[in-house]
Design a protein around this ligand. Structure first.
Ligand SMILES: [Zn+2]
Ligand SMILES: [Zn+2]
Length: 687
């Protein structure tokens, strides 16, 4: 191997040797001045697939010359770091292409973002149709395989290089300390102010696609210049680009905000308020079915249903610790009418009012941000003994949180939501079994919904922190219980140090949908804190009083979020049991109206949800219309069906079957619903 290493002679002609530590711990000796590219090629061969390297944990270009002993790890193009570098480099390529086509444009900034990259230009507005030529130019430039070169410049040189670009000059003047100089990255004749690192050459950027164009303000400031923002994506290989584009297409089709509207599942009305979901009749059916499903399993597991109000006194939340510490994420408190009048007569200002509430000098009410304090009070409403434990209180409880308006999105980020909440009051010894029960419930429900790809994260203490309440030995036990429960699931799980809440360890559920996106759903959390704060107790079989432990669990998070995820998971094609209208009855002509209503009545009596279309449209038009609402089945009725008391079915996927006896169909669809079969299965093509 040694002979492959380039000789490096310094000053007096002696070669200085340095030690380079590789990821596997091996230490190689090289001449100083060797580049990252040479080391990576030496270790991994020519087809190493790396774009850059971490040198002692700092990202460096492949051309970086190593002068001292250090550790080195190549950054693969498909790694998170690699993708980021690829995206940032593609932004440069985009700017280079735009400059060739629009020489008067002024590039401003162009970062990598979560799914790709963008670049903002000061230029006349362009449209989507202008993207194609720009993308073509990018490919042409990529193919030219320019070396991407890092050049250090003095302050003065920087000013000269960007003399005709006021935006870059503003960045240089604001961000770069006097005398510090900075670097540019140059490819061909084009260069940009940048700290890097970047890909070694433009041929790495062959697989780009520009996705959209919009506008943005310089530095995000509405009072500054309006810019043109071009978005794009880039992948290391052709196949990766293809599958990313496919995923984006699928994600668009599955977007619950779009499907929610098309399928009439929910509505958000500005006049009601942002982030406040109105469940329409069709969406309410899905939510109710899910709640019933979850509730039936809660009953089996020995939970008790409770109901509690939507508000509670500030004093309650002072005891629980939710007020005033989490004020920023809550709606402001409500103050009683008489008190409000008295305060305003006294000339009390808003800030005085707020201070008095914080200090506890006056009381008020709060929209509940959590259900726990209410459930704690139900526990505390009676003297409890060890025989009462575990006490499991469940409620689909609605809570309110203040989210910034920019963060609100469809059903997945809202300001009011209903948690599938429950609180378990248990003895120390019961933690393990109860956590396991929570997890089993999740498993049963995920399995029924065909969500087979999920993982579990166990959040543990940060061993270096002292912020945790409860004795370490108790934590050890609870952490072990969480780990054991996760292990018993038989799915992928990981433990994360420092991710526990200050009051106890927790388990999070993350589900991956069919197009590979991950959704964080709910949690199971052990809590030593609230029982302490509310001074909860139970009488043990030793006759002494003991402190119970609480477990909070909302495994699906909220009904809003869960339904939003389910809409995308099923792409709006729900299993029959969840489909809002399971059968749409369609008549071939006017004279089948009576039979249609008879069939509808029979189905309704058997708890099947139906809708009738006995209008005048042609059968083809009716089918097209009703398909938009994605019923599990369309029941088509004509002379033959009426004569023989049968139905003809058209399933959602287009499969058809004719002449099923009505009575048989009722039995079959009830079975399909009761067994929660994942896709409509009663029509198999009969031709
Ligand atoms: Zn850059
Ligand atoms: Zn809770």
């Amino acid at each position: 191997m040694k002979d492959k290493r380039p000789p490096n002679i310094v000053g007096d002609g002696l070669m200085v040797l340095i030690n380079i530590t590789l990821p596997d711990g091996t230490v190689n000796e090289y001449a100083s001045g060797i580049t990252c590219a040479e080391v990576v090629t030496d270790v991994l061969g020519r087809k190493h697939g790396c774009l850059a390297a971490n040198v002692d944990g700092t990202q460096r270009d492949m051309s970086f010359e190593i002068e001292q002993s250090c550790s080195i790890e190549g950054i693969l193009s498909q790694s998170d770091e690699g993708i980021h570098i690829l995206r940032h480099s593609a932004a440069h390529l985009l700017a280079q292409a735009v400059m060739e086509l629009y020489p008067d444009a002024k590039p401003t900034i162009g970062p990598a973002i979560e799914r790709g990259f963008y670049y903002d230009f000061a230029m006349d507005p362009i449209t989507e149709s202008d993207l194609k030529p720009i993308q073509k130019k990018m490919q042409e430039l990529a193919r030219k395989n320019f070396t991407v070169e890092r050049i250090e410049l003095s302050d003065e040189e920087l000013q000269q290089h960007f003399a005709d670009n006021p935006y870059k000059l503003e960045i240089i003047n604001d961000k770069i300390e006097d005398g510090g100089g900075s670097t540019i990255y140059k490819q061909g004749e084009w260069y940009d102010l940048c700290l890097g690192p970047h890909v070694p050459n433009t041929s790495r950027l062959m697989f780009c696609k520009l996705t959209s164009v919009s506008s943005a303000y310089w530095r995000g400031d509405q009072d500054r210049e309006q810019l043109v923002r071009i978005y794009g994506i880039v992948e290391p290989t052709k196949d990766a680009l293809k599958s990313t584009l496919h995923r984006m297409e699928e994600a668009k089709k599955r977007d619950h905000r779009k499907l929610g509207k098309d399928l009439q599942l929910f509505h958000i009305d500005e006049e009601v308020g942002q982030g406040l979901i109105l469940w329409t009749p069709r969406g309410s059916i899905i939510r109710q079915e899910l709640q019933d499903f979850i509730s039936s399993h809660l009953r089996r597991q020995g939970y008790s249903q409770v109901f509690t109000p939507h508000i509670g006194k500030l004093d309650l939340y002072r005891t629980s610790g939710h007020f005033p510490y989490y004020q920023d994420s809550q709606y402001p408190p409500l103050v009683e009418k008489d008190l409000m009048k008295k305060l305003s007569d006294d000339g009390c200002s808003c800030s005085e009012l707020s201070n008095m509430m914080k200090s506890g000098d006056i009381d008020g009410y709060m929209l509940k941000p959590m259900n726990c304090p209410h459930h704690v009070k139900i526990y505390a409403s009676q003297a409890r003994s060890y025989r009462d434990l575990p006490l499991r209180l469940a409620e689909f409880g609605t809570v309110y949180r203040w989210e910034q308006s920019g963060e609100i999105s469809g059903m997945t980020r809202v300001r009011g939501f209903t948690q599938d909440d429950a609180h378990l009051f248990v003895t120390e010894d019961q933690i393990g079994e109860e956590v396991l029960g929570c997890i089993e419930l999740v498993q049963i429900i995920f399995d029924k919904l065909g969500m087979t790809d999920y993982r579990v994260r166990v959040g543990l203490r940060d061993p270096d922190s002292t912020k945790y309440v409860g004795e370490p030995e108790r934590w050890d036990k609870a952490e072990k219980a969480c780990r054991d429960a996760a292990e018993s699931l038989g799915v992928e799980w990981s433990e994360e140090q420092g991710e526990a809440a200050f009051y106890g360890p927790k388990i999070d559920f993350v589900v991956k949908d069919v197009i590979g996106r991950e959704w964080q759903l709910g949690t199971v959390q052990v809590d030593y804190n609230l029982p302490e704060r509310f001074d909860l107790s139970y009488k043990g079989n030793d006759g002494e009083m003991h402190r119970p432990v609480m477990i909070h669990r909302a495994p699906f998070g909220s009904m809003e979020r869960f339904c939003g995820v389910l809409i995308e998971h099923f792409a709006g094609k729900f299993p029959t049991w969840l489909t809002p209208t399971q059968c749409h009855i369609i008549t071939i002509s006017e004279r089948h109206k009576k039979y249609a209503h008879e069939v509808a009545q029979v189905l309704r009596e058997n708890n099947v949800r139906v809708q009738i279309d006995d209008g005048d449209d042609t059968i083809g038009k009716k089918i097209r219309n009703h398909r938009k609402l994605q019923p599990a089945y369309m029941i088509i009725l004509g002379d033959g069906e009426e004569e023989n008391r049968t139905v003809s079915l058209r399933a959602r996927n287009g499969d058809q079957v004719s002449g099923i006896a009505l009575d048989d169909f009722v039995i079959q669809i009830n079975e399909e619903i009761a067994n929660k079969i994942s896709t409509p299965s009663l029509a198999v093509n009969d031709d």
